[in-house]
Design a binder for this molecule. Structure first.
Ligand code: KE4
Length: 430
């Protein structure tokens, strides 16, 4: 494939944008190649600046569950834009999308829109601290909740000592109130939550981890977390930025039948435009300004174009059979993918929940951060590059999720399986 136009663009971008990208993972550093610059997309297809065509499995990291440039979403955003792009004042569409969210997720009685997943989780943690009057946040190794200071702690910093900054610029006296413990480890979780020394305000968890690759909760893990947080008066925050409206219309909390106290959303509810949200029990949400003292604000929160895109997206997801068809397609694809691995003798562990999945290049089970780190990232990088040259656009990191979207056709998936078989055989020759 010719990537010359993308290379020229990348050189230009690097001169004025850190790393040439507006989010680090897009720089493709972990897969040993330069990023392609996307010119346009439609349905399941991306076209880069050189005109190369790809079947998209990144889905803009989750939002594009119905596919790119969906006519109903494009029409809704175009119509909204013609009436003005932002007012900094309440609009009817915010009520419409808020009503859809409240109706979809019974644990949410009130919801506040923000502009990103990070804003949602950052605000939810501030609210939990304000509501409980406590300071400590418990998170799990390998779970990512955006780039707010409180979350940027080194993995494992909780079991050994309190939070250690995971990035320069994050003061120790911020992250010392964050404890990160192993995902799926019930005994460490119970010991930590019962630790009288810790003044715990909340636990924030990805109900299905998506940021160390796809790592589903072990049976009983979320149930025990809910039981303990209820018993100890700790706010349970489900970070459903990925899983919200992904697994089904009710997200992971419906899928696992566990109601958190607060939920964070993003990605799909914006239909590709910048939207995040946090919501939950009215008793807690009523503390949010201007009703209550917990401050949070945003110039573009509830933006009319973003609301229009979110409403149009959720209307498509509400259509009868949407998730049944999506998840059945994902089932078929995963079975075939396992068949390819078996046929070629490639050691991969496919972790999947419905339409989100990760093929870890390891033969060991991947159930937490430590085991995910055993994956062969070099082999993943080679696979990524081979698939990209074959017209398949995967996540440029072993520790991300591949998404099945409603737009991928059987031909797309057939082509992907054939390319995967070719790539696995080539990797095994080395
Ligand atoms: P944003 O601030 O990027 O909108 O959302 C942060 C966030 C919060 N919670 C979860 C569970 C998330 O997955 C994310 C962001 N996800 C990553 C990819 N897994 C975004 C990609 C990127 O950082 O460029």
């Amino acid at each position: 494939m010719d990537f010359s136009a993308s290379s020229k663009l990348f050189e230009l971008a690097k001169k004025i944008i850190p790393g040439g990208v507006n989010s680090p993972v897009r720089a493709c550093r972990s897969v040993g190649c330069d990023p392609v610059f996307i010119a346009r997309a439609s349905g399941s297809t991306l076209w880069d600046a050189d005109g190369n065509e790809y079947v998209d499995f990144v889905s803009s990291w989750g939002p594009m569950i119905v596919g790119h440039a969906h006519p109903e979403i494009v029409a809704a955003v175009s119509l909204a834009a013609a009436s003005g792009t932002s007012f900094g004042a309440p609009t009817p569409k915010e009520i419409d999308l808020a009503s859809m969210v409240v109706e979809a997720l019974p644990s949410i009685e009130k919801v506040r829109f923000v502009n990103s997943g990070t804003e949602a989780t950052m605000s939810a943690v501030r609210l939990a601290r304000g509501y409980t009057g406590r300071k400590v946040v418990i998170k799990f190794d390998g779970c990512y909740h955006g780039h707010a200071d409180s979350f940027l702690v080194k993995a494992g910093s909780g079991v050994l000592t309190l939070g250690i900054p995971g990035s320069p610029g994050v003061p120790e006296d911020i992250v010392k109130h964050t404890v990160s413990i192993p995902y799926n480890d019930v005994s460490v979780m119970e010991r930590t939550l019962r630790d009288k020394v810790l003044d715990i305000a909340c636990v924030i968890v990805e109900p299905i981890a998506g940021n160390m690759g796809c790592v589903p909760p072990q049976p009983g893990f979320l149930e025990k977390l809910r039981e303990l947080t209820s018993e100890l008066g700790i706010v349970l925050i489900f970070d459903e930025v990925i899983t919200g409206f992904r697994l089904g219309y009710g997200g992971a909390q419906h899928y696992y039948n566990i109601l958190p106290d607060l939920t964070c959303l993003g990605k799909i509810i914006g239909g590709g435009l910048p939207v995040g949200a946090y919501g939950g029990k009215a008793e807690i949400m009523n503390l949010v300004a201007p009703d209550g003292p917990v401050y949070q604000a945003g110039t573009l929160s509830g933006n009319p174009l973003a609301m229009a895109a979110g409403i149009a997206t959720l209307k498509i997801l509400q259509k009868p059979g949407f998730y049944e068809q999506l998840n059945a397609k994902a089932d078929r694809f995963a079975d075939e993918l396992r068949g390819v691995a078996k046929r070629t003798g490639m050691d991969v562990r496919l972790n999947r929940v419905e339409s989100m999945m990760t093929s870890f290049f390891t033969k060991e089970p991947v159930t937490h951060f430590e085991s995910a780190m055993h994956a062969d990232t070099k082999r993943y990088a080679q696979h990524y590059r081979q698939m990209l040259n074959g017209g398949i656009y995967l996540a440029p990191s072993q520790f991300e999720v591949a998404f099945i979207s409603a737009a991928q056709s059987d031909d797309d998936l057939e082509k992907t399986l054939k390319m995967t078989e070719w790539s696995f055989k080539k990797l095994l020759e080395k």
